[in-house]
Design a protein around this ligand. Structure first.
Ligand code: ZN
Length: 329
């Protein structure tokens, strides 16, 4: 079975894809504009502390907490704010904060906490989850590239946080945010799909297969190789479905469906267990808690849920919720 991109309402259903900001690329090198905007009414800051985002846990879910610039005086910042972009109301910047600043922020916002976005994003507004993921991705890159990879001198942030330049003028090497592409694939054969369990996962956790794209490899080649390496299956067709930014820590997940030529998989070092499921068998397995699926924020879950729906199985997320399959953080 092949699903086409316009049949599965693809990437906007994936968590972290609803950012919809004007990224203001043309403003990144306009320092006077950045300075004025930071001093203006529309500016808001997303603090990042040790790769964690500031969230308020409320009865109606997790809310992103944005600070006014005066809450974090610029002279005290470790590095200049990074411009994320703007919507009709706000211009968003992200800033890294120290332990001391974290303590002060939490004193001012006692209902908030610096939280792991992967878990917390299950229960929050899609747009703001996307903005926080965007901030987290840039923060991770900046933090991991503080020194030049050629001469070892400290890097300087430029272009409002989107470019690093080596501080050694003789070197002056530039680097840009790094993203690691990975493929993620739901394998199908006739009316069933295959889910596997990585040996490092907890018991009963089953999901789609996934792996990083290697140098010199197309996304499609990576799908064929990963599926064969992990399961021994050969594919007759591959269909790109949608993608998802996945800043845990720095991936871009490219989602595919792939039709296998048969169902004879082999278990490997990367695959401790695997099972084929028709929609009925998957419903049964969720009800009986024989399998624990990936959380709904993952593209793995979306690929499976879209397949499940088009096969007549109904809404997988509702089914999982009614059996308390996923619990928010
Ligand atoms: Zn250098």
């Amino acid at each position: 079975m092949i699903l086409h991109i316009d049949q599965v309402t693809p990437s906007h259903n994936n968590r972290f894809t609803s950012v919809r900001l004007d990224r203001l690329v043309e403003r990144r090198d306009d320092e006077p504009w950045v300075t004025n905007t930071l001093a203006g009414e529309s500016a808001c800051l997303l603090p990042m502390w040790r790769s964690r985002n500031l969230l308020a846990h409320t009865e109606s879910g997790n809310l992103a907490v944005y600070l006014k610039p005066e809450e974090l005086p610029e002279r005290d910042l470790i590095q200049p704010p990074t411009l994320l972009g703007a919507d009709h109301k706000r211009t968003y910047f992200t800033v890294a904060v120290t332990d001391r600043q974290r303590d002060e922020i939490l004193r001012q916002h006692p209902q908030a906490a610096f939280t792991d976005l992967r878990r917390a994003s299950i229960d929050m507004d899609a747009k703001h989850a996307g903005i926080l993921a965007y901030a987290k991705a840039l923060h991770y890159w900046q933090y991991r590239h503080r020194f030049c990879g050629v001469c070892g001198s400290p890097n300087r942030l430029q272009s409002a946080g989107h470019r690093l330049v080596c501080g050694n003028d003789e070197c002056a090497r530039q680097s840009f945010p790094r993203i690691d592409p990975a493929i993620i694939v739901l394998i199908t054969h006739q009316d069933a799909c295959m889910l596997g369990r990585n040996p490092n996962w907890p018991a009963r956790r089953f999901s789609t297969l996934a792996g990083f794209v290697e140098p010199g490899e197309s996304l499609e080649d990576a799908v064929v190789r990963e599926v064969h390496e992990e399961s021994g299956l050969s594919l007759s067709q591959i269909q790109y479905v949608s993608s998802q930014p996945w800043p845990f820590p720095a991936s871009s997940m490219c989602g595919f469906y792939a039709e296998s030529t048969d169902r004879d998989f082999q278990l490997t070092e990367e695959l401790a267990e695997a099972r084929w499921f028709t929609t009925r068998e998957l419903q049964e397995a969720v009800r009986e808690r024989e399998v624990l699926l990936s959380p709904p924020v993952s593209i793995a879950f979306r690929l499976l849920a879209d397949w499940f729906r088009t096969q007549g199985g109904g809404d997988l997320e509702t089914l999982c919720r009614s059996y308390r399959h996923h619990r928010p953080a």
